[in-house]
Design a protein around this ligand. Structure first.
Ligand code: ZN
Length: 196
């Protein structure tokens, strides 16, 4: 328990924690279980830890229909995972784009390498289609600097997101965008077995 933050229990493992640290699900009008990553969808919410294992447990133990006091017509775990992947990716996209508009993003090998050495990077995005050589180089530099490395978008997407041509490496400065980006990445990693 921390302060007066609202608490909820995970339908999977049963642990009680801050509502904000859990994933919320609502029952859609069609009776399908809908992930509500923004926590804003109307209706009764059911919560789980942002872990694939807790989602699996909640489904296995039929906790969702019990919680909603209503039959759940669709619990397709793969669809939920796909939806979460899509939503989380969109949200990281949004944060990166906002950070770029706020002037808190820089790109290009030399600029990024310099900032990494100077300890001025919060999160480093490397393109999924970055060359093996560059990937190794930036992985090593990020590891040395203790900076989180993310391979979520290709060069074209990375460039478009920050309003530029293709970009192989994009760094976000330490600042207000780092915590929300990291929170999304944690959810993503937990669901997708560390593939980012
Ligand atoms: Zn749990």
């Amino acid at each position: 328990m921390t302060g007066n933050k609202p608490q909820r229990s995970c339908l999977g493992c049963g642990a009680t924690t801050d509502k904000g640290a859990l994933l919320r699900f609502v029952l859609g009008p069609d009776g399908f279980l809908t992930p509500d990553l923004k926590g804003k969808l109307p209706g009764r919410g059911a919560y789980i830890c942002p872990l694939r294992s807790c989602l699996g447990l909640a489904i296995k133990k039929k906790r969702f229909p019990a919680s909603f006091k209503s039959p759940v017509s669709g619990i397709d775990q793969e669809k939920i995972v796909f939806a979460i992947r899509t939503i989380v990716t969109e949200r990281v996209r949004g944060y990166l784009s906002l950070a770029a508009k706020a002037g808190e993003v820089f790109s290009g090998s030399d600029a990024v390498a310099g900032r990494l050495r100077g300890g001025k990077v919060g999160v480093l995005f490397i393109a999924t289609d970055l060359s093996e050589e560059s990937r190794k180089k930036f992985s090593a530099m990020a590891g040395h600097a203790g900076v989180e490395l993310v391979a979520m978008f290709d060069k074209e997407s990375l460039g478009t997101l920050i309003g530029k041509e293709h970009r192989g490496v994009v760094a976000v400065e330490p600042g207000g965008f780092i915590a929300p980006i990291k929170r999304e990445l944690e959810i993503y990693r937990n669901f997708f077995d560390g593939e980012v």
